[in-house]
Design a binder for this molecule. Sequence first.
Ligand code: GLA
Length: 404
Amino acid sequence: MLKRVPISTCMLLFALLFAQAVNAQKFEGLALTPPMGWNSWNTFAVKINEKLVMETADQLVSSGMKDAGYTYLVLDDAWMAMERDAQGNLVADPQKFPHGMKVVADYVHSKGLKFGLYNCAGTKTCAGYPGTRGYEYQDARFYAAVGIDYLKFDWCNTDGINAKEAYTTMSTAIKTAGRPIVFSLCEWGNNKPWDWAEHVGHLWRTTTDITNQFNGIKKFGTWSAFSAMKIVESQNAIRKFAGPGHWNDPDMLEVGNGMKVNEDRAHFSIWCMLAAPLIAGNDLRKMTPQTLSILTDKDMIAIDQDSLGVEAYKLAEKDSLDTWVKPMKKGLAICFLNRSEKAQTIDFNWTANPLADDVSKMKVDFKQTNYKVRDLWAKKELGTTKKPFKQVVPAHDAIVLRLY
Ligand code: GLA
């Protein structure tokens, strides 16, 4: 005779299964390393159109950026018409995209790239276009039909709704529509997405918007944008929440958007150390060879894209000279980031600085293990960790060493 299972056990089993189903809504395996690509917002804001997308797709390929790993071309806010159609479907702005969005997506795909769009969890996007609230499943079907591969989902005009619920609904809608899409949460870190979004999306913004400034903040009336270094300040505390498939996103790159070359190099260095998504935000049709060489530096990208997926931790900070250490699959990377206004001398004695990281469990005692050292920007072998590293790092610049 079958033994009767107590009702409380049934309820427990049901609750466990339900929790699992709710926790498993995103497409897993889509962003095992931080996503890389290009987004229109930082340079073009609402001034986007079909020609820009096609020229940018061409540039991604011809410049070598695609080969370096930049595969997602993402259109940010303002690609839509101001109203949905009579059936409630989103419509591409007919002036900006006269052939519709499918043609644009197909063109991007024909270049071997992936295509992304933007919308918002609220009733309207930040720039005032139709938001997704109440249309999650319908919009997800639209994205699947257009053939997008990436959705950035913003947080304006959300009138006090619950972020975890809103993003979970959209994530489930994407899953239900059936096309694998990288889901990028953009609620600026307001609701601590690192606590709940691991299975909701593939990356989540950690702060307010970046601006093309090295230090400080920029005020815009009711809100402030952060400089690259201001963003860096809050990243160490949340590093443990990132990993393969789910990344902290300190926002898109401002490389090539008006900072000095050394500042761009420092900004890019620390983004790679943080295993940040590398989403270029410059006009690729006008970029200088210097900008291109920073964005496509193979050694730096290898740090960012390391399969271990562990963010760097801050080992030390003195006079605005930070030392960051990134445990890697093989060896590690160390970055001396000079956020200050003056050149500073690094005198780093490896044997006096054993390393231990709680997150990756990496432990290195340089008295016992000897590594080769390579200066990645200078492209120079520097010998081994038996010899202390002594060098000047200019103001607003960074030195990145690879230990292997
Ligand atoms: C917000 C986002 C930005 C950008 C704009 C578009 O501010 O944080 O990255 O998408 O909206 O309006």
